[in-house]
Design a protein around this ligand. Sequence first.
Ligand code: TXA
Ligand code: MG
Length: 340
Amino acid sequence: MDTKRWYANDFQQDKQKAIQSAAELLKAGETVAFPTETVYGLGADATNKAAISKIFQAKGRPQDNPLIVHVATPQQLKELVTSIPNYVDKLLEAFTPGPITFVLPSNGRCAENVTAGLDSVGVRLPGHPIALKLLQEAAVPVAAPSANLSGKPSPTSADHVWADLNGRIAGVLDGGATGVGLESTVLDCTQAIPIILRPGGITKEQLEEAVGTVMIDPGLANEKERPKSPGMKYRHYSPDAPLWLVEGPSEKLQKVIDEEMKKGHRVGVMAASKTVAAIEANLKKDLGANMETVAATLYDALRMFNEHDVDLILCEAFSEQGIGQAVMNRLKKAASDYIK
Ligand code: TXA
Ligand code: MG
């Protein structure tokens, strides 16, 4: 398949035309990758079963993993579900458009392969201007998982999408780098108290400030529990070389690096600026000075190591406060070992 690439940056004169062409393909039942404020999504018409199958095929995604449906307005969200608890109205007001997905009882309007047979559907209003414009133009709900090959780090640039999916999808809308850099928070809103199924762009602290008590799916913390969000059971986001998480001060990290280098291994390290400045390794990737920057650069760093010849990647373990919870959730899924 010949994959189209449209440039839709703010500086681009033909931005509107690019978005319209992408919307036409979506309406015609094709797959189009587009930027959101979290990561790039691979979209298709959520009401068209054949179109949705193309997403699973392009990504190599397991069929039992449901997709998030993207809409432009709260009204469109309401058209896909049977009921909405009061706290969701508050969260819509406080955080949308933005990086949060609401899992609600489905009314069956979406194709059955969107929800993977569940009686709930995940819906979100993305906060990226290109995504919102595309959704308005397409005028259909758009199901979109992250636009990467299944198991690979999620794409935070159109180049990442291109590297994974060129030739497998109808087009990519290039809107430059995404902002948050990690996926949306997935929130189960089918119960009296909301439950975080996947930590993400909106933190537990932010949610609790808006609506009081919020729970966390026990499956996230405890390996033995089955996660309620089907996608959370897979190993994910993995670079090609093994990744080890290392907890503790930079001296301890340096000790692990030295041991591995002595064995003749080429060691890559990713860490926050302060730690990077304090250590020596074959290859160092500075993730930034604060946790927001770490979140925004994490996936690019994981992909970057694939382009270099390293035998092992070490990453410092971060505090699980705020966005740190989402960062650590992704790192634990990507890592094969955790040195505490
Ligand atoms: O930020 C994001 O959410 C990005 C952008 C493109 O919007 N999308 C994304 O989609 O991360 P994906 O498919 O990579 O992850 C969707 C997650 C999976 O863990 C899936 O199991 C969960 O959401 N999910 C979707 N619908 C669900 C449902 N009805 N019940 C429970 N979990 C659901
Ligand atoms: Mg994904």
